[in-house]
Design a protein. Structure first.
Length: 475
């Protein structure tokens, strides 16, 4: 191969003579590997200069005569270059198998995709002597594709492509793919000038920490490294909150257990809401404690929960109506018992002054209202009233429509008046009245005791009393 260098100077002179200049852009070629055997690939680093005042897109291809004898490959195929700057791309040239040996010039053309202008130049290459089926040094190129950002919940696709750059049939290749969170090793072989790809699908932990990783791929044969490629990729951050609810209903108590699980790979703050009316809020409690909020006129209780990756938290939400229901039941029972056991006979006593002497009260008028407040007949009613010893009944006046059955006088205990009534019809009312005259001058206030009634109700004897009264003068 050393004698190939003798051809470089003449080729450069030919290149300089062949240049077709363009004012706005051009390119230069840096030789990476231009001394090749038949079937091998020459490589160049092509630097494209955009000398224009506008950004442009460029495409480097072989001239018509070039494409007939050479396989041309550029990476990337189209390059965007800002005004006044430059970029470098990789050019690979592989001669067809019928190409003759010796120094060659390969005409390339650079096209502006914005203006359509062309720039042509030739790059040198030397095809050395050798036999097509002789002994070659293994020359394998590798390209690896992986998405720049991957979702750990999905399978990770890694596409490994190998290219044999000469006529050697290479066996026993060992390809090792190491992505730090996944890896695989497999054996392969590649025929003369063959290009083959292998897509590998990896499954990784769904909760893998979101960060940047390095993907290293190497091709070895007999412990010799033939090719390698290094790339970076990033695991995407995501949160996936799974909510489960279990409701348990008891007697006037409702318990909801809310379980939250973060099936993602990052911390997440989530808000859990439950609609609840203003009245029900009075009987709601929870662990952890809730806060109240209102949205679009609807009331909610809400919890703001922070969950790390793979963390589980539980909310217990209780609506407890037992105490208010107990109070309500007690009230209802009390009301029912009151109506069941209250006296069917109602007594109301009133008294007022109808006359007075110079030094105090002298005459009183007493009225007793007796009422049956039930729907049933009440029988054998005896009403008893007592008059203090300082007064006496005026029997001939104002004894009402029902006269007393007995008036019993006692010197010290006073006077007892009794009325015996055979029966009271449902809701019947009667007024008992009488007049008393004081035997002493009463100065200031005077109290009269309650009236008592005895009667039969459903075969049982019952009693009830009226209110006591204080004397007052009739207006």
């Amino acid at each position: 191969m050393k004698h190939s260098k003798l051809f470089i100077i003449p080729l450069l002179l030919i290149l300089a003579a062949f240049l077709v200049n363009a004012e706005n852009f051009d390119f230069t070629a840096e030789e990476v590997d231009i001394d090749i055997l038949p079937g091998q690939t020459a490589m160049y680093d092509i630097t494209i200069y955009n000398r224009n005042i506008i950004d442009d897109r460029f495409q480097l291809t072989g001239d018509i005569s070039t494409t007939l004898s050479w396989d041309v490959s550029t990476s990337p195929q189209i390059v965007n270059i800002e005004a006044g700057t430059h970029k470098t791309i990789r050019l690979e040239l592989t001669p067809h198998l019928d190409m003759s040996l010796g120094a060659k010039q390969v005409i390339m053309k650079l096209k502006s995709l914005e203006t359509g202008e062309l720039y042509r130049a030739a790059v040198p290459v030397y095809i050395g002597e050798g036999v097509r089926f002789g002994t070659y040094v293994p020359n394998v190129a590798i390209t690896v594709d992986i998405d720049k950002e991957i979702d750990p919940r999905e399978k990770v696709a890694v596409n490994v492509c190998l290219k044999n750059r000469n006529l050697l049939d290479i066996e026993n290749l060992l390809v090792f793919v190491d992505g730090e969170v996944f890896e695989e090793e497999y054996e392969s072989s590649i025929g003369p000038l063959e290009y083959k790809c292998n897509e590998i699908l990896f499954t990784i932990n769904n909760n893998e920490t979101p960060q940047e990783h390095t993907l290293t791929t190497t091709v070895t044969r007999d412990n010799d490294t033939l090719a390698s490629a290094v790339q970076t990729y990033e695991i995407r951050a995501y949160a996936d909150i799974i909510e489960k609810s279990n409701t348990k209903t008891g007697l006037f108590i409702y318990t909801e257990t809310i379980t939250l699980y973060n099936d993602g790979n990052m911390e997440e703050i989530t808000t859990i809401k439950r609609e609840i009316g203003g009245f029900n809020k009075l009987f709601a409690r929870s662990n952890p404690k809730h806060e109240s909020l209102k949205e679009d006129g609807v009331s909610y209780v809400a919890w703001k929960i922070t969950l790390d990756s793979e963390e589980t938290k539980t909310i217990t939400f209780v609506r407890d109506y037992r105490w208010p229901m107990i109070v309500l039941i007690v009230i209802v029972v009390a009301v029912v018992l009151y109506f069941l056991f209250r006296s069917p006979i109602v007594l109301f006593k009133d008294a007022y002054v109808i006359g007075k002497a110079d030094e105090g009260v002298s005459d009183l008028k007493v009225k007793v209202l007796v009422k049956n407040r039930t729907r049933r007949l009440i029988k054998n009613i005896r009403i008893i009233d007592k008059i203090p010893s300082i007064a006496e009944v005026v029997e001939k006046e104002h004894l009402g429509t029902i006269k007393p059955s007995k008036i019993i006088k006692h010197g010290k205990k006073g006077t007892i008046i009794k009325w015996d009534i055979e029966g009271f019809e449902p809701y019947e009312e009667r007024i008992l009245s009488y007049k008393i005259k004081s035997t002493l001058r009463i100065v200031g206030g005077m109290s009269l005791p309650s009236v008592k009634a005895r009667f039969e109700d459903n075969g049982k004897e019952r009693t009830t009393t009226s209110n006591p009264v204080s004397l007052h003068k009739k207006e």
